[in-house]
Structures are given as structure tokens and as C-alpha cells.
Design a protein around this ligand. Sequence first.
Ligand code: CLR
Length: 405
Amino acid sequence: KEGAAVPPQARGSWSSFLKSIASFNGDLSSMTAPPFILSTTSLVEFSSYWAEHPSVFVAPAAEKDPAKRALLVLKWFLSTLKQQYASRSEKLGSEKKPLNPFLGELFLGKWEDAAGTTQLVSEQVSHHPPVTAYCIWNGNAGVRLQGYNAQKASFSRTINVKVSSLAQRLQQIGHAIYHIDEYDEDYLITLPSLHIEGLITGSPYVELNRTSYIQSSSGFTAKIDYSGKGWVSGKKNTFSATLFPDGREKEPLYTVDGQWTDEFTIKEGKGKKVVDQFSPKNTKTTPLSVASLEQQDELESRRAWKKVAAAITKGDTDTAGYEKSIIENRQRELRKKEKEEGREWSRRFFSRTDKFPMFQKLAGKIGEQVNDSLTNGVWIFDAEKASEARPPFQKDGASVLRAQE
Ligand code: CLR
């Protein structure tokens, strides 16, 4: 029912929000939403969803067979989808609007578990348009993921005979590259496009659609097709994936089917023999550890947004707005000063690049293109910068260098 999940006092603001997004195309940072749908988490934190099962993240490095290794990379990718796209709805009751990161905002942390130490560096490298870059690595296993991403919004309205639905369609721009030192192998990961459904009722949630790919430098392609409700199973969050040698889509080595929120099964291409399965629903995540607020740098997300987040939690809209404007004004001043001095904000961990041969090589095989106009450049992790980053990053910097050697 229309507006069913919207608090009574917010009905008016929700319907004007819906009207505003009906004509909304483009930069998500300029979207303003009613207070009840605001989250206290910044988008720069979302990079951590890539490795909340560290042992699944590092598993490919221990596999000697190249095809099975590619399969383990696919399995890991699929294992991240629940965290990436459903965890907020599950925790908060619906998808919410994340805090819009400021330029230079950082999110740093690590996971310590059976897989050893897995480290995370996430940085907002552009504000207009918003772009987040990240690097996640595990030195013991010799595994590293780096990527950057942005979103492009376009509103779509479908009116059927009975159901009228409002959906926000988001194209993800950017990519991730997973690297294994031992085999000097790279895997180019493209990102699924998504829909925000449930806007009419006021309880938005994410649905994935279309296709995404993982292209390896070792000659394997994984193709993942998403559908809201599977036409075979009729279940939510259905996908179907195949892994095949480059260019031989009709001869899959493995197939993976199931629900990315629930469980999925991996079968051998021909015999249909089940070789593995994974249950995102029943597999516990390893919590990320983040420095205490006092130990954090001023640019670290949770410290920087502390007052805004506290006000949102209390439902104190005025204070939230006031604290947010302090951050925004400070940013405006910084940009003005940089402009006067003819320089650019220097990113702490990433650099803009115009040459990315590995990307070009792998992207060509799946018909992907580098589109740097939408992400303010192509961003790569800069180990040199990371090693120079002053404390409290020094420790991280040192092991970054080890991971790159
Ligand atoms: C960010 C990169 C992550 C995967 C991911 C998951 C959810 C996406 C998010 C990305 C971008 C921002 C996003 C969010 C879901 C909702 C939110 C699209 C792609 C938008 C800005 C919120 C719209 C507001 C309504 C909830 C009212 O790896």
C-alpha cells in the first residue's frame, strides 16, 4: 500500500521526495531525502562488504588448478552480494540513504581471523561526481582487491494494469581487480546494475538485474545473470552463473545457481554433479575492526561524521543539518583555497591514471570500456603514497609494501 511504511508525520515529505526523484537523473550527492530514511553510515564504508568472509576472499590463492581457482574467485564474488546489497535492509528494516562522503574521507580497518590479517583502505577520491576507491589485501595469502566505483541514476516508472511501481535504476560505474601474487593472475570484476524497489510503500530495497562478469587473465570468463524473481524458482534475488574458457560460453566448466541472499549450488558443467555449495544466509561474517574514534584521523569517516550520526540517531534533524553544514562549509573553503592556489586535493592512498594496460586487456574480452569521464579519472592504489601516509597509517603502509612486492 502506498506509503505504508512511512511514519505518519513524514507522509508529506515522502511524497514530495518521490516527486523529486521522478525527475532525478545523475548525481546522487544532490539528492535530499526525508529524515526517517537517512542512515548514519557513510558510503565510503561500503567497500568493506567485499571481504566480510576473509577466508573465502583468500581461498583462491591456495588452489593450484587454474579453472578451480577461477571458480573460487567467482564463489567469493557471489558470497559478497548479500552483504553488499541486502545487509542494510536486513539490519535497518529497509535500505536507507547513506551519508554522502566528502572528498578525502577515509575508512580504514582490518579483519583478524583464521585467514590472518586482511586490511582495508577506502577513500573518497571525488565528490562531484561521488567516487569511492578502495584496496583490500591479505599479505599472508598474497591476495589484493582494488577498485573504485560511482553510480549513475536514472528514474524508471512502470505502470502495469494493477501495480504501479516506482523504481530508481542505478548503473554502477567502475570496476574491481582481484590479484593473486603467486600466479600473477588478475580478475577484472564488473558490477551489476541495480534497482531501488519499494519506494512507493516507503520501504526501499535493492534488487539486482542484468549481467556482470569476471574476466581472468588466465583465460576464464564468469558470466552472472541476475533476476528479481527467478522464472524457474520464482524466488527473490535469483542468479545464474557460468564459468567457461574465454569465448566458449556454450561449454561451461561450472554452473552456479541459487539466491545470493540465501544459498547457492556449484555444479560441474557437464555431469551436473554438485561440487560445492555456499550459504550466505548461514555463514557468519568476520567483524571489521576499526580504530577507536579518539585514535582516528580527522578524515576518518566515523570520527568526521560523529556529531551528524548522533543527531540522526536521536531524530534531531536540526542538529544533524547544522553539523552537516559545518562539514560542507569546510569542504567549500578547502576547494576555494585549492582553486586559488592552482592545485588539487591530494588523495592519500590513490592516484589518477590514464594508462591501465591490464584493465584494457581484460575489458576488451567482455566488451567493457573505461569511462573515466563519469568517475573523474581512473583510480589506482598508490603503494608509495600509502607508505608515506603519516601515522596512524604508517603501520598499514608498511604491510601494503610487503603485499605489493
Ligand atoms: C555502493 C558500492 C557497494 C555496493 C552498493 C550497495 C548499495 C548501493 C550503493 C552501492 C550506492 C548507493 C545506493 C546503495 C543502495 C541505496 C543507495 C544506491 C552501489 C542510494 C543512494 C539511496 C537512495 C535513497 C533511497 C533509499 C530513499 O559496493
